[in-house]
Ligand binder design. Structure first.
Ligand SMILES: Cc1ncc(COP(=O)(O)O)c(C=O)c1O
Length: 428
């Protein structure tokens, strides 16, 4: 039987094969894209479940779910079979003209699990596509130009999404090209500030928010906060756009985090885990809202589409991923495994109280916040050397993000906790 526990074979990490690929990559890729240094990254060759095998034959535990996209795990048999079947019959279709059969199946599946009754859906490829579709929909439905978002919020980096993504690192170089439709409030602020902001600017037609902030370091608002934001939106005639691109499809131990908060979004953005590893996303609204925005019938030329909208391979993967989450009961698993992992991480952090400021999470969306951000990167590198892939998060880079696939096995969560324990001792 293949071991579920990572195995480091090379004397150094990255191993010689990764070092050579880094040299070749540096010669051809724009330097902005992949971070290359003497101790990072490793180059992947294959993956199975939660384990990654690099080009040197080392194996690693993927506690990032590859940016949250591999909720069902790498190479899930149902997803793999669905992609292979689809690849043998139709790889590409015409998104908004002569659509593929599998696109219809996917839309039906999304509607079946959507928390919005009578859903109407716009597909995209990346999370930022879903956000842009939601921003356009809100503009059309309300006739208002501006959007309120929150500090720490991450909604993608394409120009429309960048309007509402908060971190200045991403925005500054392009600030003079942005239309300036966005304004910001602190995340989890006094809800009265949302009421006041909406009253002060009647041009705000939408509020976009993550139910739990992911890239900002797994920040969880107090109970009831999201419901207050929804109330403020409803009172001001603004739409609530929930960005569940990270939190959706079981990540937090709920199908959607809004279910936990008992908040009904006007528009819902999803992506990542839905695709089972393929690039696909969706903006979801009710029939009434979508028709108010876009009308009741096509004019013959779609105002919002892509060449690869509803790409059949991605649709097939997403149908299978949603099926896997449903049939393998991965939402419950995420909740139960997440609760145990959170408890184990808290117990482990008790031995590092000088270093660890907080351990927090819901389901398999967990953050370990360190008091000193300078210790985070050394801990991430030390973990990689021991076969554990984690990433830093937080605007200050002070959080170790732990978001493993929902299928993580008990021996793998034990490995994760013990490696983190060792790494925190090491970076003292
Ligand atoms: C909450 C949230 N929204 C939007 C995005 C953007 O998605 P993408 O990188 O697929 O464009 C991300 C990506 O991390 C995200 O976490």
């Amino acid at each position: 039987m293949v071991s579920l526990i990572p195995n480091i074979r090379t004397q150094t990490i990255p191993g010689p094969g990764s070092v050579d690929l880094a040299r070749r990559l540096k010669a051809v890729e724009c330097s902005e894209i992949t971070f290359l240094s003497s101790d990072f990254p490793v180059f992947w060759r294959s993956a199975d479940g939660c384990l990654i095998t690099d080009v040197d034959g080392n194996t690693f535990l993927d506690a990032t779910s590859s940016f949250g996209a591999m909720g069902v795990g790498h190479g899930h048999p149902r997803v793999q079979a669905s992609i292979e079947r689809q690849a043998s019959i139709l790889v590409h279709g015409m998104g908004d003209v002569h659509p593929s059969e599998v696109k219809v199946r996917l839309l039906e599946r999304i509607a079946q699990f959507s928390p919005i009754p009578n859903s109407r859906i716009i597909l995209g490829q990346n999370g930022s596509d879903a956000v842009e579709a939601a921003l356009k929909t809100a503009r059309l439905a309300t006739g208002r130009r501006n959007v309120l978002s929150f500090e720490g919020g991450y909604h993608g980096l394409s120009y429309g999404a960048l309007e509402v993504t908060a971190r200045s690192f991403f925005r500054e170089p392009f600030a003079d090209q942005l239309a300036g439709i966005g304004s910001l409030l602190p995340y989890a602020c006094d809800p009265q500030r949302v009421v006041d902001a909406l009253a002060a600017d009647p041009e705000i037609g939408a509020v976009i928010v993550e139910p739990i902030q992911g890239r900002a370091g797994i920040r969880i608002p107090p109970a009831g906060w999201l419901a207050h934001v929804k109330e403020a939106c409803a009172a001001a005639g603004a739409l609530l756009i929930l960005d569940e691109i990270f939190t959706g499809w079981g990540r937090t131990g709920w199908w959607f985090a809004c279910k936990h908060d008992k908040v009904a979004p006007d528009l819902l953005c999803v992506g990542k885990a839905m695709g089972g590893g393929m690039a696909i996303s969706a903006c979801i609204g009710s029939q009434d809202l979508m028709e108010a925005a876009w009308g009741t019938g096509s004019t013959g030329e779609a105002r919002h589409t892509y060449t690869f909208l509803g790409q059949p391979l991605a649709c097939a993967a997403a149908c299978a991923a949603i099926e896997a989450i449903h049939l393998d009961k991965l939402v419950t698993r995420s909740r139960e495994v997440g609760e145990r992992l959170l408890a184990d991480l808290n117990a482990m952090a008790g031995g590092h109280s000088d270093l660890v400021a907080a351990v927090r999470g819901r389901g398999l969306m967990i953050g370990v916040e360190l008091r000193d951000r300078q210790r985070v990167w050394p801990a991430v590198v030390a973990a990689l050397r021991r076969g554990l892939i984690v990433l830093p998060a937080g605007d200050a880079g002070n959080v170790i993000e732990i978001v493993p696939p929902f299928v993580i096995a008990p021996e793998q969560t034990s490995f994760l906790v013990s490696v983190l324990d060792e790494c925190l001792t090491l970076v003292r």
